[in-house]
Ligand binder design. Structure first.
Ligand SMILES: [Zn+2]
Length: 86
Protein backbone atom coordinates (compact mmCIF):
# COMPACT_ATOMS: atom_id res chain seq x y z
CA UNK A 1 0.00 0.00 0.00
CA UNK A 2 2.93 2.36 0.74
CA UNK A 3 4.07 2.13 -2.86
CA UNK A 4 0.62 2.96 -4.14
CA UNK A 5 0.43 6.03 -1.90
CA UNK A 6 3.82 7.19 -3.14
CA UNK A 7 2.70 6.74 -6.71
CA UNK A 8 -0.45 8.73 -6.07
CA UNK A 9 1.54 11.50 -4.37
CA UNK A 10 3.98 11.61 -7.28
CA UNK A 11 1.10 11.88 -9.70
CA UNK A 12 -0.44 14.74 -7.71
CA UNK A 13 2.90 16.56 -7.50
CA UNK A 14 3.49 16.04 -11.21
CA UNK A 15 0.05 17.37 -12.11
CA UNK A 16 0.53 20.33 -9.79
CA UNK A 17 3.94 21.16 -11.26
CA UNK A 18 2.55 20.91 -14.76
CA UNK A 19 -0.30 23.22 -13.82
CA UNK A 20 2.09 25.75 -12.25
CA UNK A 21 4.39 25.54 -15.30
CA UNK A 22 1.56 26.35 -17.64
CA UNK A 23 0.03 28.93 -15.30
CA UNK A 24 2.74 31.53 -15.93
CA UNK A 25 2.15 31.61 -19.64
CA UNK A 26 -1.42 30.46 -20.06
CA UNK A 27 -1.90 31.18 -23.72
CA UNK A 28 -4.43 29.42 -25.88
CA UNK A 29 -2.77 27.07 -28.26
CA UNK A 30 -2.25 28.86 -31.54
CA UNK A 31 0.29 28.40 -34.28
CA UNK A 32 3.14 30.93 -34.15
CA UNK A 33 4.27 33.17 -37.01
CA UNK A 34 0.88 32.93 -38.69
CA UNK A 35 -0.18 36.55 -38.25
CA UNK A 36 3.23 37.89 -39.28
CA UNK A 37 3.16 36.40 -42.75
CA UNK A 38 1.93 39.56 -44.43
CA UNK A 39 4.22 41.92 -42.54
CA UNK A 40 7.35 39.89 -43.13
CA UNK A 41 6.74 39.76 -46.87
CA UNK A 42 9.67 40.90 -48.93
CA UNK A 43 9.48 44.38 -50.47
CA UNK A 44 10.88 44.89 -53.95
CA UNK A 45 11.89 48.19 -55.47
CA UNK A 46 10.50 49.22 -58.80
CA UNK A 47 13.59 50.28 -60.83
CA UNK A 48 11.49 52.69 -62.94
CA UNK A 49 9.74 54.84 -60.34
CA UNK A 50 11.50 53.70 -57.16
CA UNK A 51 8.34 52.54 -55.39
CA UNK A 52 8.58 49.60 -53.01
CA UNK A 53 6.02 46.88 -53.70
CA UNK A 54 5.33 43.61 -51.89
CA UNK A 55 6.64 40.76 -54.02
CA UNK A 56 3.22 39.09 -54.24
CA UNK A 57 1.54 42.24 -55.61
CA UNK A 58 4.31 43.28 -57.95
CA UNK A 59 4.28 43.00 -61.72
CA UNK A 60 7.31 40.96 -62.65
CA UNK A 61 9.59 40.62 -65.64
CA UNK A 62 12.60 38.42 -66.12
CA UNK A 63 15.79 40.02 -67.28
CA UNK A 64 19.05 38.11 -67.72
CA UNK A 65 17.64 35.32 -65.55
CA UNK A 66 16.79 37.72 -62.73
CA UNK A 67 13.27 38.67 -61.72
CA UNK A 68 12.57 42.40 -61.79
CA UNK A 69 9.60 43.77 -59.83
CA UNK A 70 7.39 46.69 -60.86
CA UNK A 71 4.51 48.54 -59.17
CA UNK A 72 2.43 48.37 -62.37
CA UNK A 73 2.48 47.07 -65.91
CA UNK A 74 3.00 50.67 -67.09
CA UNK A 75 6.33 50.76 -65.30
CA UNK A 76 7.22 47.40 -66.75
CA UNK A 77 6.47 48.68 -70.26
CA UNK A 78 8.64 51.74 -69.61
CA UNK A 79 11.41 49.47 -68.42
CA UNK A 80 11.07 47.31 -71.55
CA UNK A 81 11.28 50.38 -73.78
CA UNK A 82 14.36 51.69 -72.01
CA UNK A 83 15.97 48.31 -72.40
CA UNK A 84 15.36 48.31 -76.14
CA UNK A 85 16.54 51.86 -76.83
CA UNK A 86 19.72 51.57 -74.76
ZN1 LIG B 1 6.49 52.00 -60.75
Amino acid sequence: MAFFNFFLLALIVYTLLKWIWRGGKSKPHKPPARQGDQEIEEMKQDPVCGTYVPASLAVTATQMGETVYFCSSACRDKFDKNKKTS
